[in-house]
Design a protein around this ligand. Structure first.
Ligand code: FES
Length: 184
């Protein structure tokens, strides 16, 4: 059984809704132009500078498609009257933005000091071995991708793993198996 520390901290309806929307858009990706109205609404919140809307626009794209493609960066740059490289800087800096599609469950294993010292790499290798994939690869059924992330601010409960929006603390190879079992 997962002990209390290993239960996801963020769970419930929001996650289920986000997951079902992600699945839908992954199978039926809408054109970028379908976001025109939402981007226009975001821009009304930043009347002084369109540049200030960069983060919410990138979040919108990430939430819709599960990643931010080069095409989407160029499209958004046009909307925000920026050079694409300005958005690329944001996309590559913030770990919540992804440049490539990932599986339905994106398993992010922290590799920073506290987690590394407390067995994070063993947990990561366990996931890779169990799923028979390499780091940043997606299983053939499209279900799982395992990646490293830098510190996700839960150092006191290292090693930690985030699966989509759910945070798991004090993860061991045994509890890693139970985390996979929860991903139906
Ligand atoms: S080092 Fe892993 S959460 Fe901070």
């Amino acid at each position: 059984m997962l002990d209390e520390r290993c239960k996801p901290r963020f769970d419930g309806l929001h996650a289920a809704h986000a997951q079902s929307r992600f699945l839908f858009t992954r199978m039926n990706p809408p054109p970028l132009s379908s976001l025109d109205a939402q981007v226009a609404e975001i821009l009304t919140r930043y009347p002084v500078s369109k540049r200030s809307a960069a983060m919410p626009v990138l979040h919108l794209i990430q939430d819709t498609y599960g990643h931010i493609s080069n095409e989407a960066i160029e499209w958004a740059a046009g909307k925000l009257e920026l050079q694409p490289v300005h958005l690329l800087e944001l996309v590559t800096f913030y770990p919540m933005f992804l440049q490539k599609p990932v599986g339905r469950y994106h398993i992010k294993v922290c590799r920073t000091l506290s987690c590394a010292l407390n067995g994070g790499e063993t947990v990561c290798e366990h996931f890779l071995e169990k799923l028979k994939v390499g780091l940043d690869e997606t299983t053939s059924d499209g279900k799982f991708t395992v990646s490293h992330v830098e510190c996700i601010a839960s150092c006191g409960t290292a090693p930690v793993v985030q699966v989509n929006d759910d945070l798991y603390e004090g993860v061991t190879p045994q509890s890693a198996d139970e985390i996979l079992d929860r991903c139906k």
